[in-house]
Design a protein around this ligand. Sequence first.
Ligand SMILES: [Zn+2]
Length: 267
Amino acid sequence: MLSLCLTPAVSAQEHASTEQLRFVTTNAEFTLLHEMGHLLIHELKLPILGREEDAADQLGFMGLFLIYDRQQTPDFPMRLLDVADYWRLEWQRDKAPAEEIQAWDSHALDEQRFYNMACLAYGSDPKNLEWIIEMTGLPEERAFYCQDEYEQIQYATLWFRDHFKRTEQQPIQHRIKVIYDTPPHHLDGGSELLEKVKADGELEAVAKRASDFFALPRDLTLRVKSCGAPDSWYNTNSGELTLCYERIAHFRKLARQLPRLNSSALN
Ligand SMILES: [Zn+2]
């Protein structure tokens, strides 16, 4: 399981609670899986309907079910809520005008991504996760169809997995290589963060899983680096997936702003 990151080396007032760490870890994983969605859409030429960014969110969401064995991970529903709540925080935080997602953007608005994730989280197990409706404020009109939405996406993901699976006749010719650049000096606890991400080995595990499972058409790269902004992307020309250190730091900052994650903080 990806515990990507994060017991940060931080000053005393910034000690993180278990819940905050779960929030950061899960959202780092979701970011990676969203970008892996872009990677697979382009490299395998997955047929998609609708916007690619929505499809990448859906693939990322379903990817969480692959990473976590739900039966053995009691906090899995909270992780799904963490992903939804990240988008709520993005939607509601004060932002510079240039940071705002506009209606014409290829991404859904942060507010819509919040409701989409909340709907899929609830829809994944409506019998047991009714509390997610209350926690997120998901309106009944949407909640009513969330199980259908989840099942559609699950069906598409399973279809795509079976259809694009590498056959026994196809040897593994190409792999996703993981590269870590040096974290930026200004990132609090950056070196320790890098060591933990490396020691955890989850990035390599996700890269290996994709390389083994699918017949990738070329060698690809997963690079963790400093980007100057809390970003992540997949470059379809170079075949490089980038995960920025600043994005992980951004999750740490937002985790401290979510009241439900701060009840058991050490300070
Ligand atoms: Zn994207």
